[in-house]
Design a protein around this ligand. Structure first.
Ligand code: PMP
Length: 292
């Protein structure tokens, strides 16, 4: 039985442990080298009193691709069961879900074949990524990891790139950083994909170095947006700019380096449609939900 107000637990290699319990050795390979793969997934309370995970198979398929690159065995069915089990265990209907597969202890060398492999799934009651009414964005002096060096998957070590950009943007008083490439093309934000609206037409920014976001795919399906490369100049010229991601959902950009964007009716409507879909209020999209 679920004990209310009990400390949250996480699923770790097949058992439940207190979320703040020390489990993994400090000599874990992933802690030193970032040799892990994670996902960011959400569950939403649905109108029928239940809860559903949004596009769980797609998230786990992306996680498997990262694991394959690192030689980490990944069992999607097991991770699905762990995800549902930990949500039930913590009695959470609205949750941010963080599965993590990583290289453990055994060797301090770089060869991952010499170390153990682990999987955990943690849940968080709230997801804070880009909270608030609007986001003030700035172009980052940092370049995004090029896909030819670090493929745009959720590899732990790759996120130092996002952390650097976020830190630098925050130091200059902005909420979030926008990566632009050496040719002036927009890539993405530190944890969200970028869209623009111009004369009513919705465009998804396309770039080889950007994470293929599941929210981006969702928004494209809901809006009929077309994907294509976009220059920073064109973004600054847009009527509306918004970003999207599992944590960010659909969030309006109110400012980009001093350029202020208007009211954003298209963004507002899309944010609403997205909210309906994830909460199970759009029967045509029910196939995207995994009931808890
Ligand atoms: N880009 C980056 C770098 C991210 O970390 C995320 C969050 N996973 C996204 C985009 C958005 O992806 P998704 O919609 O699948 O959450």
């Amino acid at each position: 039985p679920v004990v209310r107000n009990a400390p949250p637990q996480l699923w770790f290699d097949g058992r439940f442990v207190d979320a703040d319990a020390p489990c993994a050795p400090l000599t874990s390979h992933a802690m030193h080298y970032g040799s892990g793969v994670f996902e960011g997934i959400r569950a939403y309370a649905t109108a029928d009193g239940g809860s559903a995970v949004f596009r769980l198979p797609e998230h786990l398929a992306r996680m498997r691709r990262g694991c394959e690159l690192l030689g980490i065995a990944f069992d999607e069915a097991r991770c699905t069961q762990a995800t549902l089990a930990v949500l039930r265990r913590n009695d959470l209907r609205d949750a941010y879900i963080r599965p993590l597969a990583w290289c453990g202890a055994g060797s301090i060398g770089l060869d991952v074949a010499a170390v153990s492999q682990h999987l955990m799934v943690a849940t968080f009651a709230t997801a804070v990524h880009l909270a608030g009414a609007g986001v003030r964005l700035t172009t980052s002096p940092w370049r995004r990891n090029p896909a030819t060096s670090l493929p745009p998957l959720k590899l732990c070590g790759a996120y130092v790139n996002s952390i650097l950009a976020k830190h630098e943007a925050r130091q200059r008083g902005f909420d979030e950083a926008l990566f632009v490439d050496g040719q002036g093309r927009v890539v993405e934000c530190t944890g969200a994909n970028v869209f623009l609206v111009r004369d009513g037409a919705i465009t998804a920014v396309e770039h080889a170095d950007a994470l293929p976001g599941i929210t981006r795919d969702t928004v494209m399906a809901l809006s009929g947006a077309r994907a294509r490369p976009v220059s920073l100049e064109e973004l600054l010229d847009a009527d509306e700019v918004f970003v999207c991601g599992t944590a960010a959902e659909v969030t309006a950009i109110t400012e980009l380096d001093g350029r202020v964007f208007g009211e954003g009716p298209v963004t507002r409507e899309l944010a609403q449609s997205y909210r309906r879909v994830v909460r199970g209020q759009d029967p045509a999209r029910a196939h995207w939900l995994t009931q808890v």
